[in-house]
Ligand binder design. Structure first.
Ligand code: FAD
Length: 504
């Protein structure tokens, strides 16, 4: 039996089911020590994003991670193991543990993004590091004969045509794990949000909002609720573009992101549902969405550091504007475009935004305002509870047209009409528009002064004049109204285009 302790360095694999790292450690037969590092470069209220435009991790995601760690520690204890949670960079924490325990080996997952890969390189200097593949629907080894393609549809089609299996029964939840070696920190309290310098992490629960609790237990409860108790899987395809309430989409993302839920577990649950209840386009479509998630993981593996370059992986020649007022208005939900504002306010107050919303606000920032997409990505990085570098930066690449695929420029007014026809969503987050009937609530700048007065509308003027047809006007957007500019904008608004007028 091997005697060197095996340290399992956990990052986004905060579960005991289908966990490749724990399965690998259990095989070795040596004492196993699971460790999580609360790296102050990431988990600290003062830590800034790379461009310095946002916090690295917002309070709600930090809270979700701490809850996940509590839950994981409980599950590991039930298996006869434990969890060390220490503040410090992985390099520093694991070096300290190595010094305390003597000779150790380390197991980690194989990260797709450069920052995490740099940590791996630093940790590999401390002790022998084995990296195992974890966290995707399709295991990389099973895709060895399916070359990655930059176009999602082309890649997904070859994956599906190749009949690539989602591995069966993953790694079963271990019945027990080898006991941990004696190590300081095993019984220490997990730091609190306040210890990490954070303040309020509360969530505005407007509109039957789903407030996720971190951890594997809550993840499996959500899976049970969505698939079985509320029987929503069979209608996912039809509801997935919704924006109000907890049930229009799975809301699995926060748990998938932190590895509290394995995508294979989700796929197996869908397959069981198909056997026991119904198989249709909706039951297939959840797996389809999880394939998007995999796509961005493999995309990040392929392009490495280039995921974060301003001109993307193909070296686009697009020039990005810098306009701190417009950026601030976008972040705070004051652009004057209600669909964008409602989504940005929801993000700010909850840490979540629907996929429909994300597509729209990203398109608006990039194509209507012409602002540097990375500032949008950093804002999402701070606030999204389900943030992952691969899915976030990859989706922003797609939104900014940097990945060589189709450019998704959305017409905000058409999207408002298609996805919020009665204005329910916009009014939920923009109560200033409560009394304005749809569709006018989506274009309040077109209301006459007397209607505005009658309906009590006090809404910011639009940063960008939006039209119903096409993708909005080309060229730089008008500057935010200030002093004398207001008159000019008012005058402009008097000349409504026929297109705009036809919207109302
Ligand atoms: P569902 O609609 O129920 O989908 C099921 C699962 O499929 C999701 O939980 C997610 O894991 C996966 N999925 C669905 N769509 C996508 C997609 N486009 N890309 C990758 N995975 C997908 N998703 C994240 O998990 N983390 C992010 O940081 C993130 N940032 C995004 C940024 C932008 C600009 C955009 C346009 C999308 C982003 N997404 C991100 C993808 C998507 O919006 C969310 O996964 C989804 O809204 C989460 O809600 P849900 O779990 O109810 O999703």
């Amino acid at each position: 039996m091997a005697s060197k302790a095996t340290v399992v360095w956990l990052r986004d694999e905060l579960r005991v089911h289908d966990n490749a790292l724990l399965a690998e450690a259990a095989k070795r037969g040596a004492p196993v020590l699971p460790v999580f590092c609360l790296d102050p470069r990431v988990f600290d209220a003062s830590a800034k994003s790379d461009l310095g435009s946002a916090q690295k991790t917002g309070a709600r995601r930090a809270k979700f991670v701490l809850e996940s760690l509590e839950d994981l520690r409980g599950s590991l204890k039930d298996l006869g193991s434990g969890l060390v949670v220490r503040r410090g960079s992985p390099q520093q924490v694991l070096a300290d543990i190595c010094e305390e325990l003597g000779d150790i080996t380390i197991i980690s997952s194989e990260a797709a993004c450069s920052e995490e890969q740099r940590d791996e390189a630093a940790v590999a200097e401390i002790a022998s590091l084995t990296k195992v593949w974890d966290g995707t629907l399709y295991h990389r080894d099973d895709l060895a004969y399916v070359p990655f393609k930059d176009q999602f549809t082309a890649w997904r089609t070859s994956v599906e045509k190749g009949d690539t299996p989602v591995r069966a029964d993953c790694f079963p939840r271990p019945r027990d794990l080898p006991a941990p070696p004696s190590c300081s920190g095993l019984d220490d309290a997990i730091p609190s949000l306040t210890d990490l310098g954070y303040g309020d992490a509360s969530v505005d629960k407007r509109g039957d909002f789903f407030d996720p609790r971190g951890g594997e237990s809550a993840a499996l409860e959500r899976l049970q609720r969505y698939v079985w108790d509320e029987d929503r899987l069979k209608t996912y395809f039809d509801t997935r573009n919704g924006m109000v309430g907890q049930g229009y989409s799975t809301k699995f993302a926060p748990w998938l992101a932190r590895g509290c839920l394995s995508p294979r577990r989700v796929a197996h649950e869908c397959a069981r549902y198909e056997q026991e209840r119904v198989a249709n386009k909706s039951t297939y479509w959840v797996k389809f969405e999880l394939t998007w998630r995999d796509y961005f993981v493999y995309y990040a593996h392929k392009y490495g550091e280039r995921l974060f370059f301003p001109y993307g992986v193909k070296g686009s020649s697009q020039k990005w504007r810098v306009d701190s007022n417009a950026l601030r208005a976008w972040k705070e939900g004051r652009t004057g475009a209600p669909l964008v504002d409602a989504n940005m306010r929801e993000l700010l107050k909850t840490g979540f935004m629907s996929n429909r919303g994300r597509q729209n606000v990203a398109s608006y920032l990039v194509h209507d305002l012409g602002l540097d997409w990375r500032l949008g990505a950093e804002h999402f990085e701070e606030l999204l509870v389900d943030y992952t570098p691969e899915s976030n930066w990859g989706n922003w690449h797609a939104a900014a047209g940097l990945s060589g695929g189709r450019i998704n420029r959305f017409n905000i007014l058409k999207q408002s009409k298609d996805y919020d026809a009665n204005g329910e969503y916009v009014k939920l987050w923009c109560p200033e528009l409560e009394k304005v009937p749809a569709p006018s609530c989506h274009a309040p700048w077109l209301l006459s002064s007397s209607d505005k007065e009658r309906l009590g509308v006090d809404y910011p003027p639009p940063l960008k004049t939006l039209g119903f047809k096409g993708g909005g006007k080309k060229g730089p957007p008008p500057k935010k109204a200030k002093g004398g500019d207001r008159d000019k904008i008012k005058a402009k608004r008097r000349h409504k285009s026929r297109v705009q007028a036809s919207y109302l």
